[in-house]
Ligand binder design. Sequence first.
Ligand code: C5P
Ligand code: MG
Length: 272
Amino acid sequence: MAAVFTRLRASALAHKSLFAGQARLASTRPSAAGSAATNLNGSGPVYSVMAGAGLGLGAFYYAYFNGFLPEHSVAKGRLGLSPLAKDVSVVFVLGGPGAGKGTQCARIVEEFGFVHLSAGDLLRAERQRAGSPYGELINNYIKEGQIVPMEITIALLHQAMKESGSKRFLIDGFPRALDQAQCFEDEVCKSQFTLYFDCPDEEMLRRLLKRGESSGRVDDNIESIKKRFVTFHETSYPVVEYYSKMNKVKTVSCLNPVDKVYEQTRSHFLHL
Ligand code: C5P
Ligand code: MG
């Protein structure tokens, strides 16, 4: 994890110096483009060089998009994450706290063989990991019902995806904000669709208070729950709206008993 941040800083610095370099070039060599154009007039060798460069570029893109290049030779995104296999697919699972995402995911895993990754579970595991530099930070965000900086969450998800070796994932409790959605899709993998568990606040409150009697979670108490609801409505629900506009949301109502909810849930996986 620390490596992600080192890479983040390094890539920010690299970008900075790259831009500075371009600015310098632009200001100190205004005639460079002009002289290249001059060389083009009736110059055979220049065409050969251009054709060679074109072929080289074509070969690079072919190798890149077919996964032939070793990881270190492929340009990485802002977070510096190594690429996953091209045929990895992801379904996002969203819903307010206590909507029943985890319960339904477990059943999808049983029937359809996905790997279930809960962003909240991964964050809690990282919080507990001996030597993690983010333990206290994660704990504070969770207690306050706030969203942990996405660099941490996305790096944890990416690592878990790599380690699992699977190609089909249910990613539960993520993306919790629009920037997480965009960053994940740009740098890790596109989503197939979003499964949204729709549940009224009163019902979620009832379930969370019940769960709090035995869960031992720092955020299953009334103060944290209220904050989690605010975060859900203000920051996470816009993700559902964003994907709805793209016709990529499948909604399941959570007010029925678990088996009935699952009937509706599984119907969205039958024709994948
Ligand atoms: O999904 P779950 O209820 O387990 O999430 C618990 C908490 O973990 C959230 O309230 C939030 O503080 C944190 N979280 C996050 N970003 C995510 C998922 C969870 O910050 N994508
Ligand atoms: Mg959960």
